[in-house]
Design a protein around this ligand. Structure first.
Ligand SMILES: Cc1ncc(COP(=O)(O)O)c(C=O)c1O
Length: 352
């Protein structure tokens, strides 16, 4: 039986959270002398002298509607990286608890674990990048608090079968973190609709990818209101800036443009895949549901360096588990992809 209470660290249960001035007051006062802000304003014409809404009420109200969840079931963070770190701080006792990851996967799970002094157990994907159930089951013990499933997975690009992820959520006594940073590029449905069926499910999404707002640093976690209360208890009071909150609200007004961009990126992705296949030094292109492609080559280091000399940066994944010879290539604008292909043609001419 899943019991959230049993997973939370004792110090977090005991914690009296910081109570910010803006949290304590929500009436209609006109003179604010409560938060040591600068009433005279800044050197800029814009008004950023007041602290922002600590609970991002407007954003949550809008996101709740289109995701069919309650605002209390949403956490808005300084990127989804903030949500990842908070999960460690809420649930994982340093030096005692552990988390389970499925490499190759997003590197921040491991970095956050190390920062929080929490052991990482690994249930590596199979050779064709599928979840290894036997390894996952073997990896879980009574101190395993978090299981990270990234789908579509970074850097492999593939989506895991929904039925199988649901089975894992059902069978795991800790928290399953379904990282859906790239879900908007996939035809698979989000697991957000399942947060009421599974009290141990946390779904991460971000404005950094399909929404094209990586510079704002805004990410989301969807979960039961009990889990979201814990996020709010532990997070820094003003974790999302005024400018980020205002800009996200403007972006939401233009949501239809996001659908258009996603479609364009997918068209470009398929074009790039077709062209890359023509190079003899490309030995495999892995199927992808994301805005990037994992490409296996005969010599990733050499191609990576060649591209750098051409002022093109791709991600060298040669040294990570199951990815020998691989480069991860983000889909760019059509002219950027053309430049990449031109540089790769030059590389080809050089090696033959
Ligand atoms: C799988 C995955 N999750 C989370 C993130 C972090 O996203 P954010 O920009 O919201 O912190 C990334 C960024 O690359 C990612 O690839």
């Amino acid at each position: 039986m899943f019991k959230l209470e049993n997973l939370i660290r004792e110090n977090i249960k005991r914690l009296t959270p910081y109570s910010s001035a803006r949290k304590e007051y929500s009436g209609a006062a006109q003179i604010f002398l409560d938060a040591n802000e600068n009433s005279f304003g800044s050197p800029l014409p814009e008004n950023y002298n007041r602290y922002p809404d600590p609970l991002q009420t407007e954003i949550k109200r809008k996101i709740a509607v289109w995701n069919n969840v309650k605002p209390e079931e949403i956490f808005v963070g300084n990127g989804s990286d903030e949500a990842i770190d908070l999960l460690f701080r809420i649930f994982c006792e340093p030096k005692q608890d552990n988390v389970l990851i499925c490499p190759p996967t997003y590197g921040m799970y491991e970095v956050s674990a190390e920062i929080n002094d929490v052991r990482v157990k690994r249930a590596s994907l199979t050779a064709n990048f599928q979840l290894d159930y036997a390894a996952l089951e073997k990896g879980m013990d009574e101190n395993t608090k978090l299981l990270f499933i990234c789908s579509p997975n970074n850097p492999t690009g593939n989506t895991f079968e929904r039925k199988k992820i649901l089975k894992l959520i059902e069978n795991f006594r800790g928290i399953v973190v379904a990282d859906e940073a790239y879900i908007h590029f996939s035809s698979e449905k989000s697991l957000v609709e399942k947060i009421n069926d599974f009290p141990n499910l946390v779904v991460l999404q971000t404005f950094s990818k399909a929404w094209g707002l990586a510079g704002l640093r805004v990410g989301l976690a969807f979960a039961s209101s009990e889990i979201i209360k814990l996020f709010n208890k532990v997070k820094p009071p003003y974790n999302v800036s005024q400018i980020a909150q205002e800009t996200i609200l403007r972006a939401i007004e233009n949501k239809t443009k996001v659908e258009k961009t996603i479609a364009e990126i997918i068209v470009e992705r398929e074009k790039l895949v077709d062209k890359l296949r023509e190079f003899s030094f490309v030995t495999k292109i892995y199927p992808t549901d994301a805005n990037f492609i994992l490409v296996k080559t005969v010599d990733a280091e050499k191609i990576y360096k060649f591209l750098l000399d051409e002022k093109i940066v791709v991600r060298n994944r040669n040294n990570i588990e199951l990815c020998a010879g691989c480069l991860r290539i983000t889909i760019g604008m059509p002219e950027e992809n053309e430049s990449l292909l031109k540089a790769l043609s030059a590389f080809y001419s050089e090696i033959i």
